[in-house]
Design a protein around this ligand. Structure first.
Ligand code: 2RA
Length: 333
């Protein structure tokens, strides 16, 4: 069976990567529709050696036979148009944060909580990129050793901000003024992703804390986070400290990670082998290394986790959700 697919935000960094991943993974597509804002409407995008004219998204865009719509056009576009799409029977996979914490909306990383997909009421939310790569590694450890507490420290690439972030880094490295971030990103680490909230945490930090609990379905988890923008073009790197209720043998823990879905262990520091952004770039796996016991607690471990935030962190995860969705004959409950 083939499906009629729409990509909303088709000319953005994530939208273009969604099209690339749909092609790479040979997703069964009958008709493809590509939408953007008025700014990019009329431009062409290529898919399977065919040119598609990008249409301006409007209220009637879903008045046609569309099965699944992948959204990555910002929160306000999702808030307005996802409900219109679902009212027409379209299943929406939304990459924005708009619906992630809605109790009627599954928040899904297929390797972690695929079964949640089939509880959808029309919308399935793609988690934040920095959350996705973390929970892929945390899930098998939580199942085995029961996590008590997580401390996230992230080092996030400028591609997470889209073309404006990438341009600011390029300008900074060429000694041209910055126009997007509040400070020059070149030669700086900015402890400021998204906006600050009243408790001193940024929305990005609160996303990691709240989304991790929902995806692992454990609201007793103690979690804190510091998310930082660093002068790296693509791929997010994360230092993750985890404390467990149960004790563990380090070799057994490493082997659990090594044999878990979508994880690649790069952990031979004596040979300078550990996850790097330049290794993860363009890949869909989650790379884990620097795995070592945290001697300051009874049962704890430190890890270094790196992944491509545009691919596994957004586009590929969304396409994987669509793949899981069509495994069932009926994609709508
Ligand atoms: C960022 N995770 O890195 C956010 C949104 N992509 O900017």
């Amino acid at each position: 069976k083939s499906y009629n697919i729409a990509v909303v935000g088709a000319t953005g960094m994530v939208g273009r990567t969604m099209l690339k991943v749909l092609e790479e993974r040979n997703f069964p597509i009958n008709n493809l529709y590509v939408f953007s804002s008025s700014k990019s409407a009329g431009t062409q995008v290529q898919f399977r050696d065919k040119n598609y004219t990008v249409e301006e998204l409007c209220e009637s865009s879903f008045d046609r036979d569309i099965d699944i719509a992948l959204f990555s056009a910002g929160g306000s576009v999702s808030a307005k148009y996802a409900p219109i799409a679902t009212s027409k029977g379209v299943v929406v996979i939304d990459n924005s944060s708009t619906f992630r914490m809605d109790e009627n909306v599954p928040l899904v990383v297929p390797e972690v909580n695929e079964s949640e997909i089939f509880k959808h009421n029309g919308i399935i939310a793609n988690p934040n990129c920095s959350t996705i790569q973390a929970v892929v590694a945390l899930k098998p450890l939580h199942d085995k050793y029961n996590i008590k507490r997580i401390v996230y420290s992230t080092y996030q690439a400028v591609s997470g901000s889209g073309v404006k972030g990438v341009t600011d880094l390029e300008n900074g490295l060429a000694n041209r003024p910055h126009t997007f971030y509040p400070h020059p990103i070149a030669n700086n680490c900015l402890p400021h992703i998204d906006v600050f909230t009243e408790n001193g945490y940024t929305k990005e930090e609160l996303k990691m804390i709240n989304e991790t609990k929902k995806i692992l379905n454990d609201y007793s988890l103690k979690i804190t986070a510091t998310t930082v923008r660093v002068p790296v073009s693509n791929c997010h790197s994360e230092s993750v400290n985890v404390e467990f209720y149960k004790d563990f043998e380090l070799e057994e823990l490493k082997n659990i990670l090594k044999t878990s879905p979508s994880i690649v262990l790069l952990d031979e520091p004596e040979k300078n082998i550990y996850p790097l952004a330049t290794i993860a770039n363009g890949r869909d796996e989650v790379f884990v290394g620097r795995i070592r016991r945290d001697e300051s607690v009874d049962s704890g471990v430190n890890m270094w986790i790196v992944a491509d935030n545009i691919r596994k962190g957004a586009a590929t995860n969304a396409v994987q959700i669509a793949e899981s969705l069509i495994k069932k004959s009926k994609i709508y409950n």
